[in-house]
Design a protein around this ligand. Structure first.
Ligand SMILES: [Fe+2]
Ligand SMILES: [Fe+2]
Length: 256
């Protein structure tokens, strides 16, 4: 569909950018001519054994995050208050399922015969706790709390970690991370927009998000610490990823 979305009324604009029509055009721009999420022309490079180990640990933890987002987004469809939000979340479910598939495929390319077992062995305790917490928010039918946990906190964490990793990863991993980040940006935009409009109408609710955030920050920073330790990152590197995460949540201005 060829049209200038910025010429639309605010309601029609949101309907347009959260639609499957928009999603098709967006993903076509960076997923055309790719195989399992990376460009057909990107050649794999051999990895030193220690680097391969570290990459496997990182990918296993990315799978936990993607699974949390996949299950979270699909559970949120039932809670979403409008057709538009249900439709956007169904595009997100497709994105998160694809991310999980891409990471699992990369694990197999690295010679991991049983990714599920490897994920169980290498998953960070903090990240697993976060996944549980998100599941509880969805089960409690807390639409705003769960959307905040998933589309702001978890997405901001993934954004910080993937961006950092893409700078130093091997060419194939770096290429697929850069493409996945584009989806995660869209997911953050949705959470920011929905929650931002909700807070404008009910400013007193900001306090609720602050409470969710305080609890989750602890788990997220624990997950960053765990994963960085498993990856053998220096204290400086761990601090940098934690700071990028905090800054990216701050920038959204949804809570202090
Ligand atoms: Fe994702
Ligand atoms: Fe996402």
């Amino acid at each position: 569909m060829e049209q200038d979305v910025h010429a639309l009324t605010p309601d029609r604009f949101l309907e347009e950018v959260h639609s499957f029509e928009f999603w098709f055009l967006a993903v076509e721009g960076y997923l055309a001519h790719t195989t399992y999420g990376h460009g057909d022309d990107v050649a794999d490079a051999p990895l030193a054994p220690a680097d391969r180990e570290r990459l496997i640990t990182a990918l296993c933890n990315y799978c936990v995050g993607e699974l949390a987002a996949l299950e979270g987004a699909s559970g949120l469809i039932a809670l979403a208050p409008t057709h538009r939000t249900k439709i956007f979340l169904s595009t997100q479910v497709v994105d998160e399922g694809r991310h999980l598939e891409v990471f699992l495929h990369r694990l197999r390319e690295l010679g991991v015969a049983d990714p599920a077992r490897e994920i169980e062995r290498r998953a960070s305790g903090g990240l697993l706790q976060f996944k549980e917490h998100l599941r509880h928010l969805v089960e409690r039918k807390d639409w705003e709390g769960a959307l905040f946990a998933q589309n702001v906190i978890l997405e901001s964490l993934e954004f910080a970690v993937f961006q950092d990793h893409a700078r130093t990863a091997d060419p194939v991993t770096s290429d697929l991370l850069r493409r996945i980040i584009k989806d995660e940006r869209r997911h953050i935009g949705f959470g920011e927009n929905e929650l931002g409009r909700w807070l404008l109408a009910a400013p007193g609710e900001r306090r609720r998000l602050e409470i969710v955030r305080r609890e989750l920050d602890r788990l997220v920073l624990g997950a960053v610490e765990d994963t960085a330790r498993l990856l053998g990152a220096t204290p400086d590197e761990r601090e940098r990823v934690g700071r990028t995460y905090l800054e990216s949540v701050e920038r959204l201005g949804l809570c202090s």
